[in-house]
Write a protein that binds this ligand. Structure first.
Ligand code: ADP
Ligand code: MG
Length: 729
């Protein structure tokens, strides 16, 4: 019996495991986090103060205090039954990395003890040679180290059998190049902080810190583990490379916000419990549009913490699912013909005086501050749309961007009717001429009309990659499996850069003797004029928009190898160097790593296709072909008239045709891949893999394979079908 039927059999006997938590959420929230309260409890006054100081000032912890802090953390961890610790970091592979060490050690006199030294807390040297470095460490220094970022608290991961103390770290080479997602993100947030505080001070001198906030919405699929395991493509690539669409897909839209199936519900409560213990503030859960697709979202947090929490959650979900004999699929497009998964990044800026800079104000002055940040964000996206596009490029996201349920690869900004009108007003009434000021403009009352805007849901454009939603922007083009750090690094860097330019422009006018408010509104006007072509209110999924965007000169780069070019232009290099995020060599290295990832992903998919075609699809088809042949032969032997076999003969011919096509196309694809593999240059190789392998063969082979699935007798088919994977649980 094939794995498919085993899995189907087992499904009949599956039942939900009891839901995860029965207490109130507040009773378990952050119980596995070394939070401020816990620190207070386990550290001396001196050590506590030192730690809080480091967190506040984003400094490394004081060496002289490190032992005390480490001891406190160990005491806490041991009180919870922890025996091992690890530096937890986010390498460029996309997953999180850990290497566990025990507290246990043997003293020189042979006494076994448990200890955790300050040095081990602050810095470690994982054997890092197998992490992608884009050649950085080959040219500079072979080693890398991880260093504690005290702004993210330590936590205990206790899923399954292990209980491990995790110290969130950045990962850098000995010569200082970033080798992970976190180090550049922290730099970008710092750059943004400085630039935004400077601009805030035009309006309020009390602002001394601006933090970027992120609230992600994670979409994912969940399928039965047995069915998942019977699909080598899901196991190897996280997506199905074959599979005929089921008769029912998402056309009835009956899954969206529908009641959550019991088995899934149990799983959700269970991973939520683990998430709460880790301090991840989950808030919503619901069914998504596609069958077997779901979403969860937390309360927003500071970007740095939100990024950690998202990567942690992806890990937690994946692990907890296995307890329930389920599998989480985070791939951007696991199933053809139904929606893919994204990870909307809701983003805003908050001051230490408690103001959301992207929320319209209540007075003319705060209105002007809102307009300033709002328009700077639009200008940033306009000026650096190509780099923002590159930040979300991946082999997986290519299947989604521009497909009919996801934002297009064209970056545009949606702001809604009312704010469009406000920007037009500013543009027209301020004019180019300084002499004819319309001072009444400074009194524009945005706030009064905003509540109506927020009420009006029709004004929410679901098709825009970057949409204003009342008090934040929502970057929707981010892929579901992505680490948010990359798009967040870019978004905050381009915002920092734009705000710096804004300040320069405003100051120049002030120096010429212009009043501050007039200088600001004039610069705002200029920025509106300079970036308005990126504003689009219509249907982003339509083909008219593609044409219109072309006319406006907006780029529409559909494939990753080409989209990545924007990372290494002169523009990108000076942007990232000016803001001290990436050096030129770091950018080149990252570019190289992304290209490599792309090549490998396509390569693996190509291989899986060949494997499935030759060891599953063709054998199934041939077996069924034989059944038909035998039937035809018997009919003939029985002396029936010629016409009796016509239909079967037709079917036989069709099956033969598809079999031949699958075989010849896979052979050709193998040859095409061999050619690609000979290409030295990564960019050219990636482009070749995209155009000569993926685009030429993937859909073509799939077409014939899926036809065979439809024709071959069900019991002969060894791969679980879409209707089973998506609808049975
Ligand atoms: P929806 O977009 O589904 O209507 P909401 O507008 O309530 O839902 O929020 C969606 C996401 O936006 C949530 O994850 C929430 O945490 C996040 N969010 C809300 N306000 C902010 C903010 N100021 N900064 C960043 N994210 C925010
Ligand atoms: Mg949303």
């Amino acid at each position: 019996m094939s794995l498919r039927f085993h899995a189907l059999n087992n499904l009949l006997n599956s039942s939900p495991i009891a839901p995860g938590y029965t207490s109130k959420i507040t009773a378990i929230f952050a119980e596995n986090v070394f939070s401020h309260q816990t620190a207070r409890q386990f550290l001396s006054d001196e050590a506590f103060k030192s730690l809080m100081g480091s967190i506040k000032s984003h400094q490394k912890i004081d060496r002289s205090m490190a032992n005390q802090i480490a001891n406190g953390i160990r005491a806490w961890a041991e009180s919870k039954g922890v025996s091992h610790f690890t530096h937890w970091f986010q390498p460029l592979t996309g997953a999180t990395a850990e290497k566990h060490d025990s507290f246990f050690t043997i003293k020189s006199d042979g006494t076994p003890i448990e200890q955790f030294e300050g040095d081990a807390l602050i810095q470690q040297e994982p054997d890092a040679s197998s992490f992608p470095s884009g050649g950085l460490r080959a040219t500079f220094e072979a080693r890398g180290y991880t260093a504690w970022d005290p702004s993210s608290p330590a936590f205990i991961m206790d899923i399954g059998y292990g209980k491990t103390l995790c110290i969130p770290t950045i990962f850098v080479s000995y010569t200082g190049e970033s080798l992970d997602y976190k180090a550049p993100l922290l730099k970008a947030l710092e750059a943004l902080n400085h630039a935004a505080v400077d601009v805030c001070n035009y309006f309020d001198r009390n602002v001394s810190k601006v933090t970027a906030t992120l609230g992600w919405e994670q979409e994912y699929f969940v399928v039965d583990e047995g069915l998942f395991n019977a699909r080598p493509d899901l196991v190897m690539c996280g997506r199905t490379v074959f599979g005929h669409g089921s008769a029912k897909g998402q056309q009835l839209e009956d899954h969206y916000f529908g009641s959550i199936p019991e088995r899934l519900y149990a799983f959700m409560r269970d991973y939520e419990k683990e998430a709460y213990k880790l301090g991840i503030p989950l808030r919503t859960r619901h069914n998504e549009v596609a069958p077997a697709q779901f979403e969860c979202a937390p309360i927003f947090e500071e970007v740095n913490i939100a990024v950690d929490h998202n990567t942690l959650l992806m890990d937690v979900m994946t692990r907890v699912a296995q307890r329930h004999k389920l599998r989480v699929i985070l791939h951007e497009k696991p199933f053809a013909g139904i929606n893919g998964s994204g990870k909307h990044n809701n983003w805003s800026l908050a001051t230490d005086t408690g103001v959301n800079l992207l929320a319209p104000g209540k007075t003319p002055k705060t209105n002007l501050m809102f307009l300033t940040f709002f328009v700077n964000a639009i200008k940033a996206v306009h000026d650096y749309a190509d780099i923002l596009r590159a930040s979300i490029a991946s082999a997986q996201n290519d299947f989604r961007l521009g497909a009919n349920e996801a934002p297009p690869a064209i970056i545009s900004v949606f702001i809604g009717q009312y704010l469009t009108k406000v920007l037009n007003d500013v543009k027209e009434r301020v004019g180019d001429d300084f002499d004819e000021q319309d001072e009444s403009l400074l009194k524009i009352d945005i706030h009064r009309s905003i509540p109506e805007l927020l009420m009006d849901n029709t004004d929410r454009n679901r098709t825009s990659p970057f949409a204003f939603t009342g008090n934040k922007f929502e970057f929707r083009a981010v892929g579901s499996s992505a680490n948010c750090a990359n798009p967040m690094t870019v978004l905050n860097t381009i915002m920092a850069q734009t705000l710096k330019e804004f300040k320069k422009d405003v100051d120049a006018l002030i120096e010429k003797g212009e009043k501050k408010e007039i200088a600001i509104i004039h610069t705002i006007r200029e920025y509106i004029v300079a970036s308005e072509r990126i504003l689009f209110e219509g249907d982003g999924y339509s083909s008219e928009w593609e044409k219109e965007a072309g006319k406006r000169g907006l780029e529409n780069i559909k494939t990753t190898p080409l989209a990545l070019d924007a990372m290494v232009t002169e523009k990108a290099k000076s942007l990232f160097e000016n803001n001290k995020i990436y050096s030129e060599s770091e950018l080149e290295a990252r570019h190289e790593i992304e290209l490599e990832k792309y090549i490998k992903k396509v390569q693996i998919e190509g291989r899986v296709m060949v494997e499935l075609a030759s060891s599953h699809i063709l054998p199934s088809a041939v077996r069924y072909q034989n059944v038909l042949l035998e039937n035809v032969q018997r009919l003939k032997e029985a002396g029936l008239a010629e016409g009796a076999c016509t239909e079967r003969t037709k079917t036989l011919n069709k099956i033969s045709e598809h079999i031949n096509k699958v075989s010849t196309l896979t052979e050709e694809m193998i040859e095409a891949r061999k050619k690609c593999n000979k290409i030295e240059d990564s960019r050219e190789k990636a482009i070749a893999y995209c155009e000569e392998v993926k685009e030429k063969y993937f859909d073509a082979i799939r077409y014939h394979a899926d036809k065979l699935e439809q024709m071959v007798e069900d019991k002969e088919w060894s791969l679980p079908k879409y209707r089973e994977i998506l609808f049975l649980r």
